[in-house]
Design a protein around this ligand. Sequence first.
Ligand SMILES: Nc1ncnc2c1ncn2[C@@H]1O[C@H](COP(=O)(O)OP(=O)(O)OP(=O)(O)O)[C@@H](O)[C@H]1O
Ligand SMILES: [Mg+2]
Length: 315
Amino acid sequence: MQPSNSTTLNSATLSSTFTSTTPASTAPLSTTPASAAPASTTPIVAGSSGLISVYDPDPLFVLKGYKVWQGRRYVRCFQPADNSKAALNVEHAVYQRLGSHPGILKYGGRVAVADNVYFLKLERAEGDLRSLMPRYSIPPDQARLRMAIQIASSISYLHSKGIFHCDLSCRNVFLFHDWVVKVGDFGGSKIDSQYPLAAEEVRYELPLRGRDWEKRSYVKRELFALECAIYEIMAWERPFPELTDAEVEANYKRETFPIVDGLPAGDIIHSCWKEEFERAEDVEAALRREIGRESGLGAWNASAHLKGLFDWIFR
Ligand SMILES: Nc1ncnc2c1ncn2[C@@H]1O[C@H](COP(=O)(O)OP(=O)(O)OP(=O)(O)O)[C@@H](O)[C@H]1O
Ligand SMILES: [Mg+2]
C-alpha cells in the first residue's frame, strides 16, 4: 500500500498518528488572554522537547513550541518550559545553518504566536516514520534503499555543516508521499563544539567496546545510529522489538545484533555496526552501489526475459 499524499492530510489523521508517541510532561494552563491576537494553532501532540500543533494559517506547516495556542488563549504548556525553550533555540540555529536540503524538513523560520513568543514553523509531514510503519506493509526493496540513501545523504550534509544530530532514529525521520523521507527534530543536536542536549536512544547507541562513554567519537556514534535507522527501514521494525532496552543493551555489549541475512543492504548494516565506515558519505556511496547492483540485476533479468520471449516467437 502506498502512503497517502501529504496534501490530503487533516488534523484527524495527524492526531491519530501522533497519539502513539510518549507524551512529555505537560500541564494544562488556566485561560490567559494574550494581549495580541496569536496565530491560531490546532494542538496535536507533545514530544519530549516541545509541543507540535497544526499551523492553521498555513496547513502545510506545523508549529513547534513550548505552548499550544487556540484562538486568543494558550491551553497547554510544556514542562519544564526552559528545557523546551533551550531545545527550540538549538533547533532554530541548526535549521538556519543547514538552509535548504531535500532530505531535511523545510524551515519557515520563527513565527510570533503571541507577544514575545516565537515558535518554529516546520514543513508538515505525514508523521514520523516509526509511528507510521504499522500502517503500511513493507515497501519494495528499491523504495527502502532509496529511503536509506536519503537519510545517509542528509546525515552526510549535516556533518559537512559541523552538526551532529545526536538523536537520529526513525522517530526523527519524517515521511512524505511516495516514500520520500526527511530528517528533523534537531533540538538535541550538537553544533560545532557545543555540548548536545540529547543522546541516541538505547537501541541506537554505539557500544562502549572498552571506551569511556564520552571517548566514543560523535561520528562513530552517529554512523551507528544511521545504520540502526537503515536496519529499521529494511526490517520494518526496530532492532529487537521484543526485548526491553536493558536486554538490548546487554545484547549489544555481547556484540549480538539483529540478523541481517537476506535484508537489502545487510552487509552495509553489518559493516557499520562493526564501525568499518568512517564517514556518512561512504555509507551513502555503498548504498548507491547496492541500489545500482539491485536495479542492474533487475535490468539483466528483464533483458533475459525479453530474449526468451523473442526466441519463443521466432523459433
Ligand atoms: N514536521 C512535522 N510534521 C508532522 N508531524 C510532526 C512534525 N514534527 C513532529 N511531528 C510529530 O509530532 C510528535 C512530536 O514530535 P517531536 O519530534 O517534537 O517529539 P518526539 O519525537 O516525540 O520526541 P523527541 O524529541 O524525543 O524526538 C511526533 O509524533 C512527530 O511525529
Ligand atoms: Mg522527534
